[in-house]
Design a protein around this ligand. Structure first.
Ligand code: IMP
Ligand code: MG
Length: 175
């Protein structure tokens, strides 16, 4: 099968959206201690850009989960490969996601983190595909709503490829 790439959201548009979200977060958490949890690997680029636009003191942590294997739709199962290192009890937590598709990953992560007694758990995602949702969850902060396309770049991959593309691109498959 052949693949095609087409730019969907340009680097500059992503940059200004990230700034906008970071300002909101800085304002909303200005009097509290906040831990941002990056969901590896897809969110690493967004996390790096986002934290540099946040103007309040924050803590960073990283988690690695696997839900897809190498296919393009969710298996519904979320496997934790690497857990966070911080104790989040009594702390405000913000889960940093690259994209919400079925919503299964986020629901699973949010419920898991809640069992550890944080003061709050909110989520931020740079991309959102609401038409693909199978569970009822919405992000507290979100960048772009996107149509039902398989997208790569800005951290997102297909079989581990394309994460380093600066723009978000549509990956299409044809014979
Ligand atoms: P969900 O559990 O179906 O919401 O899937 C969320 C995860 O699947 C995201 O964090 C991504 O890593 C991956 N994902 C969902 N849609 C796409 C896509 O269009 N391109 C690449 N990865 C995707
Ligand atoms: Mg992800």
């Amino acid at each position: 099968m052949k693949t095609g790439l087409e730019i969907y959201i340009q680097e500059n548009a992503i940059k200004s959206k990230v700034k906008e979200i970071a300002q909101k977060i800085s304002n909303d958490y200005k009097d509290s201690e906040l831990i941002l949890i990056c969901v590896l690997k897809g969110s690493c680029i967004f996390m790096a850009d986002l934290v540099r636009e946040i103007s309040i003191p924050i803590f960073l942590d990283f988690m690695s989960v696997s839900s897809y294997g190498s296919s393009t739709s969710s298996s519904g199962k979320v496997r934790i490969i690497k857990d966070i290192e911080n104790d989040i009890e009594g702390k405000h937590v913000l889960i940093v996601e690259d994209i919400i598709d079925s919503g299964l990953t986020l629901v699973h992560l949010r419920d898991l983190l809640y069992t550890r007694g944080p003061k709050s758990v909110k989520t931020v995602t740079i991309f959102d595909k609401p038409s693909r949702r199978v569970v009822d969850i919405n992000s507290d902060y979100r960048g772009f709503e996107i149509e039902n396309h398989f997208v790569v770049g800005y951290g997102l991959d297909y079989k581990e490829k394309y994460r380093n593309l600066k723009d978000l691109c549509i990956l299409s498959f044809y014979d």
